[in-house]
Design a protein around this ligand. Structure first.
Ligand code: CDP
Ligand code: CDP
Length: 229
């Protein structure tokens, strides 16, 4: 079977990475969580007190940043490494979530991340999730999915996930963060979050992970056949 590029964009916490991971496993594709790259850059900026409003400061900092996804056989997932350190857990914390959309709106940051993401797709057989993957990173991808789900459902899902690690987290805090990020992501000047014209909308508010997977596997089959000479 020919390998294709699958892009999954959409609002925060609607299940993009859950679906992307499932698909990559089933198809034996590479999964890339583009959001992890923006989160790792944000972590570096916070740790090193980089002022992201200053272009020279951003350019100098980016020259010091090396990002790598490394497969962890124990978790069965690829994890983000920042300058050789596994930062997978740290980048999921609220401290990073609170600032990531501001950092991701900076032109130089986007250019830095997008250039690396484009290279990752060179051999196809990739599922990448994010905000601008179908519009900017892989505008010619064979299958583009735009995910969405009711805000209350998304908040509940993300709250459950964060609460497992931090019992002090509140549902209001999570809701505020998701709404703020969605707003900044959809309204920024450079590559705002929007549905690519040829993307298929997937609203998974009422779909189980299994039903969702069945539906999307059909789309994958159709897209693969349509692009097989
Ligand atoms: O929390 P969630 O998994 O929904 O977000 P994420 O995919 O980890 O992405 C974190 C943030 O990175 C987003 O809110 C965006 O600000 C930014 N991002 C982006 O600008 N472009 C991408 N392709 C991916 C993420
Ligand atoms: O990548 P994105 O931010 O869009 O979402 P995610 O990290 O895949 O999913 C956010 C949370 O929702 C995770 O805890 C998932 O396990 C959960 N989830 C769910 O409960 N039902 C789904 N159909 C998809 C995800």
């Amino acid at each position: 079977m020919k390998k294709i590029i699958i892009t999954i964009d959409g609002y925060s916490s609607c299940g993009k990475s859950t679906l992307a991971k499932q698909l990559a496993k089933k198809l034996d594709y590479v999964y890339i969580d583009s959001g992890a790259m923006y989160r790792a850059i944000t972590l570096y900026f916070l740790q090193n007190r980089v002022d992201w409003a200053s272009q020279p400061a951003v350019v100098a900092a980016l020259a010091d940043i090396h990002l790598e996804f490394e497969y962890n056989p124990v978790s069965g997932a690829s994890e983000m490494h920042l300058n050789g350190e596994n930062v997978e857990h740290m980048i999921r914390e609220m401290l990073v979530a609170e600032k990531v959309s501001e950092v991701a709106a900076v032109k130089e940051v986007r250019e830095f991340a997008v250039a690396q993401q484009k290279k990752m797709g060179a051999r196809k057989g990739i599922v990448m999730d994010g905000r601008d993957i179908g519009t900017v990173v892989f505008p010619h991808a064979e299958l583009k999915i735009f995910m969405t789900a009711d805000i209350a459902i998304r908040v509940e899902r993300r709250f459950r996930e964060l609460y497992e690690k931090n019992k002090n987290i509140t549902i209001e805090e999570v809701k505020e963060n998701l709404e703020l990020r969605d707003y900044i992501d959809a309204n920024r000047e450079i590559s705002p979050l929007r549905k690519a014209e040829d993307a298929i909308i997937l609203d998974n508010s009422q779909l189980s992970r299994e039903d969702q997977m069945d539906l999307v596997m059909q789309w994958v089959e159709d897209a693969t056949l349509a692009h097989t000479p």
